[in-house]
Ligand binder design. Structure first.
Ligand code: 3H9
Length: 688
């Protein structure tokens, strides 16, 4: 039974019982509707509605969104609750989200426990509230707050809900409090649907539209949410509901909602593969080698997860820098109200920075985040082998280097695993867990366990230059540099990718991270680069000119006074010079073609990554591109987007491009197989 009901004298108790989060599927809707009729037949004086377990209700069951809706529909169920002569009280202990919040709003009263949350996050799934939320919320909290909550989708804490009067009270034991509510007082509360809609206020609507244009550009659902709220202000409640419902149903099957659902479920499916069976080592004390931006970020993430962290450095200056960096993160957390003073002190108590590796003598996991040089990392690993227990796991945070070469320096290479964090490591959710040829299941399981403790999205990757994410990034940049040299400018390229949905294009992004990192990488690759592959020299010229990005005041753009980027004609001239020297004709690429080339270059590489088994499936590549590389979430990730183009169309276009440059545009065999068999990338597997 997804909904249980019982009565004690004239008080009814209805409980949603649909683990794990009480998603509202067909059986819950049916159960709630039956409970309305049951309470009326028994002439109960109230129904107290709660959710079993950790959630009141997490919303409509999004797994049903790909199917035609089944009766009874949630709006009808909620109208029955709202209009019933038996008043319902929502006793909320846990999350009341989406349809869950809509159920609560259809009740006469809401009582929340202090740790509960309530909100309408539907836009994050590419839809709008579809069971009266766009109409009931403005009636309960006013137009400004409702516009804000629905168009941005951010839930409220119990305290915030109390301040906005969305909950009547906040109590430790909502069920008991609901029982205590005075029957007469309860009877005087006006049903939500009968409350007057707030006055139309054009300035609030305009402001909400401006905010979402900035915060969620190109996303349809927030725009529609505002339109539907506005429409409901001037018509009766029951006339507004069909408008909301029609918008919800249309959005639900649209590309954006499908993409956002895909990422939502992909994120939750990112877990350790079942094939890895081993136990993990004890995760209590973790050594981090290197206290620069990355090492300090990792240490801070560990402290935030309640672990002990020891940063190991080479000298006293390094130790001082590590301490300063970690303290800066603790202070920033305090300032932003993310941690309390007490927690900050706990962080400080569990943190050590030292040059003495013996300080980490009991750590069962070490993560090196030292300088990106094989020799440096080999040296670090040798010291860790001496200082740590012999079965401790040794992880490298390298972005590109060969984990197998590093592991080969140990008598037991199975202890070595890659744990590739993304900067800032305490914020970015992606964690690539790199499996070397000899990596043990214990090392992998430890990586996944750490990812879970840090609330990261773990993705298993194989060894290659750049693993999953940076290998795709290399092709993205190569394609960008090629269109730049052959006819565009960095700002045209950036604009094309921003129009696609990236928050910033490849050149602006590189100005942020610094051109020197990619330069050092190119020098490392010089010896092994395919001589037949076209080499674009412009980035090297930039480094020669000292244009390293924001940190030097100029990169692909200029940043006068350290702020606001400005197009730099000198940079545009570099491409003209280089293409003249290379005797190449320049082409005036349109934004559409720039975008197509950059995306196809990435997709083609990603298909090879999948084919070689570097990534386990297309979903993992979607997670990497969205959570590590700024691919627009509402497009569902690189491979999900590729599937909307279709393998056959991509192969046809790639073959055309390969006439231009057969090496750079060599069609991935996996894409060809998908095109031949009509298989989606989502279902494609590595070649065996
Ligand atoms: C909506 O309500 C539309 C209505 O307005 C209109 C109706 C007509 N559906 O995240 P977790 C699963 S739209 C189906 O790991 P946590 C999830 O996949 C909805 N399944 O736990 C996972 O499954 P598995 C608006 C759902 O404690 C398991 O539950 N609501 C749904 O970290 C545990 O999830 C939202 O947008 C769902 N709605 O976080 C809320 N929600 O174990 C979406 C969860 O097989 N949900 N599952 O991997 C969340 O934000 C979080 O899941 C929540 C729990 C905070 C609830």
């Amino acid at each position: 039974m997804s909904v249980t009901k019982r009565n004690e004298a004239d008080v009814g108790y209805v409980e949603i019982d649909n683990p794990p989060v009480n998603a509202i599927g067909q059986s819950v809707r049916q159960g709630l509707l039956e409970a309305v009729r049951w309470a009326e037949e028994l002439h109960l004086t109230r129904v107290i509605l709660s959710g079993k377990g950790r959630a009141f209700a997490a919303g409509a069951d999004a797994r049903e969104f790909d199917q035609a809706p089944l009766e009874p529909h949630l709006p009808d169920v909620l109208n029955a609750i709202d209009e019933s002569f038996v008043p319902w009280i929502a006793a909320i202990d846990g999350v009341a989200l989406g349809g869950g919040a809509e159920v609560a709003m259809a009740c006469r009263m809401r009582i929340m426990s202090p740790g509960s949350q309530i909100g309408l996050p539907e836009v994050t799934l590419g839809v709008i509230p579809g069971a009266g939320g766009t109409q009931r919320l403005p009636r309960l909290v006013g137009l400004a707050k409702a516009l804000d909550m629905i168009s941005l989708g951010k839930p409220l804490t119990a305290a915030q809900a109390l301040a906005t009067k969305l909950t009547h009270t906040v109590e430790d034991h909502p069920l008991e409090e609901a029982y205590m509510v005075n029957t007469e007082e309860l009877g005087c509360i006006v049903p939500t649907w009968e409350l007057p809609a707030p006055e139309h206020d054009a300035s609030l609507i305009t402001q909400a539209r401006a905010t979402i244009a900035k915060k969620s550009p190109q996303q349809i659902a927030p725009v529609q949410a505002i339109d539907v709220i506005e429409a409901g202000l001037s018509i009766p409640f029951h006339e507004a509901l069909p408008i909301e419902r029609a918008a919800f149903l249309e959005l639900k099957t649209g590309d954006q909602a499908r993409a956002l659902r895909h990422i939502f479920f992909a994120e939750r499916a990112a877990k350790m593969p079942d094939s890895i069976k081993a136990e993990t080592v004890e995760l209590d004390h973790i050594a981090v080698v290197g206290g620069g931006t990355m090492g300090a970020g990792i240490a801070y993430a560990l402290l935030n997860a309640g672990l002990r962290a020891t940063i190991l450095e080479t000298d006293a200056d390094g130790v001082a820098r590590a301490k300063t960096n970690v303290e800066a993160l603790i202070s920033a957390g305090l300032k932003r109200g993310l941690i309390t003073e007490e927690r900050a002190q706990g962080h400080r108590d569990r943190f050590v920075a030292s040059t003495d590796y013996a300080q980490a003598g009991d750590a069962m996991l070490a993560i090196e985040a030292a300088f990106e040089s094989m020799d440096v990392k080999k040296d670090v690993f040798a010291k860790l082998v001496d200082a740590l227990p012999k079965d401790a796991i040794l992880a490298s945070n390298t972005s590109y280097l060969d984990i197998n070469e590093l592991a080969a320096t140990l008598s037991d290479p199975s202890r070595v695993v890659g744990l590739h964090f993304f900067a800032p490591a305490h914020i970015m959710k992606l964690l690539e867990i790199v499996r070397g040829a000899q990596t043990s299941d214990t090392a992998l399981a430890t990586g996944f366990a750490l990812g879970k403790k840090l609330r990261k999205i773990p993705v298993l990757a194989g060894v290659c230059d750049g693993f999953i994410g940076n290998r795709i990034l290399a092709r993205y940049r190569e394609a960008a540099d090629t269109v730049f040299m052959d006819g565009s400018t960095p700002w045209e390229v950036d604009e094309a990718m921003e129009m696609f949905g990236y928050a910033m294009g490849p050149y602006e992004a590189q100005d942020l991270s610094g051109l020197d990192i990619a330069h050092a990488n190119r020098r490392r690759q010089d010896a092994t680069r395919d001589p037949n592959r076209r080499y674009i020299p412009i980035a090297d010229r930039m480094v020669e000119l000292g244009k390293l990005g924001r940190k030097t005041g100029a990169g692909w753009y200029r940043y006068p006074g350290g702020n606001g980027k400005v197009d730099d004609p000198i940079v545009a001239d570099l491409a003209i010079e280089e293409s003249h020297l290379a005797k190449r004709d320049r082409t005036d690429y349109k934004a559409e073609e720039i975008k197509e080339r950059l995306l196809l270059a990435m997709i083609n590489e990603a298909a090879d990554i999948l084919d070689e088994g570097i990534a386990q499936n297309a979903r993992d590549i979607d997670l990497v591109t969205v959570f590590g590389y700024g691919f627009p979430r509402w497009r569902g990730g690189l491979m999900h987007y590729a599937d909307t183009l279709g393998a056959q169309a991509m192969v046809t276009r790639l073959r055309e491009l390969s006439q231009e440059d057969p090496v750079a545009w060599k069609v991935s065999p996996l894409l060809e197989r998908c095109a031949d068999s009509g298989t989606k990338l989502a279902d494609a597997r590595p070649r065996s």
